[in-house]
Structures are given as C-alpha cells and as structure tokens.
Ligand binder design. Structure first.
Ligand SMILES: Cc1cc2nc3c(=O)[nH]c(=O)nc-3n(C[C@H](O)[C@H](O)[C@H](O)COP(=O)(O)OP(=O)(O)OC[C@H]3O[C@@H](n4cnc5c(N)ncnc54)[C@H](O)[C@@H]3O)c2cc1C
Ligand code: FES
Length: 316
C-alpha cells in the first residue's frame, strides 16, 4: 500500500469456491479460498490489484435463469480468462480468502453464477499495481461508480487497518438504486442523503450514495455529490487524496475535479484484457509525457490498472 511495499509473487493457482451470494438483480459476491503457495501469494494483495479467472469450463445457468438480454451472449465461447478486482482479502491460519464483487454482463460472468461451494477454479494473479498512499494525507475519499465499489471496499479495509490516522469517506454512485451493488435494502432509506452502507460501515467508514435518477441518496452524478461535499468542507486540498473506480466517463470527470481542486487522485482503469501480464499489448492506456502534446501508451495490466489521474489521457 505504501509506495515501497513489496509485491506478492504472481502465479497460476487453484482456488476453492466457498460462497457465491446473489446481492441484487445482476450482482454477486464470489468467495474464494487459497491454500499452500496460493495462500501465500494472495495474502499480500494490494487494493486495486486483480486476478484472472479461467471460466471456459464453467457451466451456464439453465435457460430459464439466463436474462433475456444475455441469451445471445450466453452462446459465445469463453476463450480468454477474465479480470476481476478484489473486494476483500483475509489471510489467516495459512489460508487466504478473497471476495470478488461481480456483475453479470456476458458469457463468462453468467457462468460464474453457477459456481457453488467446493468448486475449483484456476486463477492467475495477483496482477497489476494497486492504489498507493502518498505521504502526508489525512483524508481519503473513495469514489465509485457501479461495480467500481469492489476494490474500494478492499481499500477501505486496508486504509482503516494500516493507516488509522487517515479519515476515510466513501461516495458510491450508480444510474439507479438497482445499480448499486450493496446488500442494504436501499428502498427503505431512499430519501436519506447519508448512508451507512454495511460494506463500508464494517470498517467504520461513512458512505454517501448518489443515483442519477434520484432513486436513492443524492440526485445526480456521484462526481457532483463529491463536488458538493468538497464545496462544504474546509480541509486543505494537499492533505486529501481521491481514489476512484468506475466507468471511464466518471473517472475522466473525477480527474477534472481533482485538477481544479488541486487534490491528488488515483483512478483504476479498465481495458479489455487478454494475457493480463504485459505480452499481448491489448490493454493500452494513453498517458501524458512531459513533452507538450506528446503521449505514450502504457499497459493497463502491468503499468496499472491504477494510474495517477493527472497522467491519463481520457477519451471523453
Ligand atoms: C482490471 C480489471 C478489473 C475488473 N474488476 C471487475 C470486478 O471487480 N467486478 C466486475 O464485475 N467486473 C470487473 N471487471 C470487468 C470484467 O472483467 C468484465 O465484466 C468481464 O470480463 C466480462 O466478461 P463476460 O464474458 O461476462 O462479458 P463480455 O461479453 O466479455 O463483456 C460484456 C460487456 O462488457 C464490456 N466489457 C467487458 N470487459 C470490459 C473491460 N475490461 N473494459 C470495458 N468494457 C468491458 C464488453 O465490451 C461488453 O459490452 C474488471 C476488468 C478489469 C480490466
Ligand atoms: S492484457 Fe495483454 S498486455 Fe495487457
């Protein structure tokens, strides 16, 4: 987590599924357990790092359980491993358990829904570079859109455990309340602006919710919710750091706000990935250089997925 922390050794391991809980229309939390060398490798995962799951052999759900809009996608073969971030990691008694928060969007994630306790899955990881904590920060603002909440839950845990002097506040956004990947019954508290989402509250982290349609929490974009909050707070910008994960259009706006307010900001970028280890060059992220108007391409899988927001050339 700190800038000089040592990284876990990457490899291919087997994990045992210990849970696969549905937490909304399209969201699940998959629990994996590693033993032996895998337990060692995944015990030191940084928040924001990821793994690649081999899903080609996993079964599809039965036809009646496949959503209408994914019936065609379900037919597609799953040739490549798929990348997922960690929503939680716990190392204890020579075992490491990890949780992945995932959304069902296509053939591979559909197959993940059929996993049950005791199944084995091949995993490559830990991969990429996670979030880091710059010197002198007193407040960390975790800003997520939709599924981006997963790695920020892991980050909330690490920050509160390892950096107790840093205040942590989470901002979670989605288009509608159904798009918020949390357990809490958001219907019951739709009019509340300040939430205590259990996934953050378990670490003592306060959370604010925003929905574009106003069906829960702040009515508007999560980045507007953050801007409004920043407008009311009297903290020095150099003592704050923003960590953000979500759709690229949201990350682009996050980067603008951070620049305007002179706040350090890290963004977790997503690209379609094939190898996940820097060989195929399929996951390029355009980045600025010191030269005016010049850019270079970095690999999301090995240089990222977490980048300093000031470095990224966003396409929005
Ligand atoms: C570093 C990283 C971490 C990720 N962490 C998570 C996570 O924690 N939880 C989670 O649910 N998903 C995560 N994803 C996205 C996840 O990998 C994809 O949703 C998954 O591969 C979809 O596979 P599929 O076969 O179900 O759907 P596909 O048919 O492969 O994709 C369905 C739709 O999603 C789009 N899509 C898929 N992958 C990406 C991507 N990487 N970038 C942009 N668009 C994409 C496709 O264009 C398509 O429209 C992460 C991706 C990356 C790169
Ligand atoms: S996925 Fe192959 S280089 Fe990044």
């Amino acid at each position: 987590m700190s800038e000089n922390c040592s990284k876990a050794k990457r490899g291919q391991y087997w994990a045992t599924v210990c849970a696969n809980k549905r937490i909304g229309e399209r969201f699940y939390r998959l629990g994996l357990e590693f033993s032996g060398a895998g337990a060692e490798a995944f015990s030191k995962v940084q928040a924001g790092q990821f793994l690649q799951l081999e899903l080609s052999g996993a079964a599809l759900p039965s036809a009646e359980d496949i959503p209408e809009d994914l019936k065609d996608a379900a037919e597609r073969k799953v040739l490549l491993r798929r990348p997922f971030s960690f929503a939680d990691v716990t190392a204890k008694d020579n075992k490491t358990s990890a949780e992945i928060l995932y959304c069902v969007v296509g053939p591979a994630s559909l197959r993940m829904t059929t996993f049950s306790a005791g199944d084995s899955v091949s995993v490559i990881g830990p991969l990429g570079n996670g979030f880091w904590v710059p010197e002198g920060k007193k407040t960390a603002l975790l800003v997520s859109g939709g599924m981006g909440a997963g790695p920020l839950q892991h980050l909330a845990k690490i920050l509160t455990n390892d950096f107790p002097d840093i205040d942590v506040i989470a901002f979670a956004g989605a288009k509608t309340k159904e798009g918020l990947p949390f357990k809490r019954q958001l219907d019951k508290i739709a009019q509340q602006l300040e939430f205590s989402l259990p996934e953050f509250a378990r670490y003592g982290v306060k959370s604010l919710v925003a929905t574009d349609d106003g069906s829960a929490g702040f009515a508007g974009l999560v980045t507007d919710c953050l801007s409004e909050w920043l407008g009311k707070c009297d903290l020095a910008s150099e003592n704050m750091v923003i960590y953000s994960c979500g759709p690229e259009v949201m990350l682009a706006r996050m980067a603008e706000i951070a620049k305007e307010q002179n706040i350090d900001c890290q963004v977790s970028m997503e690209r379609r990935m094939a190898c996940g280890i820097g060989i195929c060059q399929s996951c390029a992220v355009e980045c600025k250089t010191d030269g005016p108007g010049e850019s270079i391409y970095k690999m999301c899988c090995t240089d990222g997925p977490v980048f300093d927001s000031a470095e990224v050339v966003f396409s929005f």
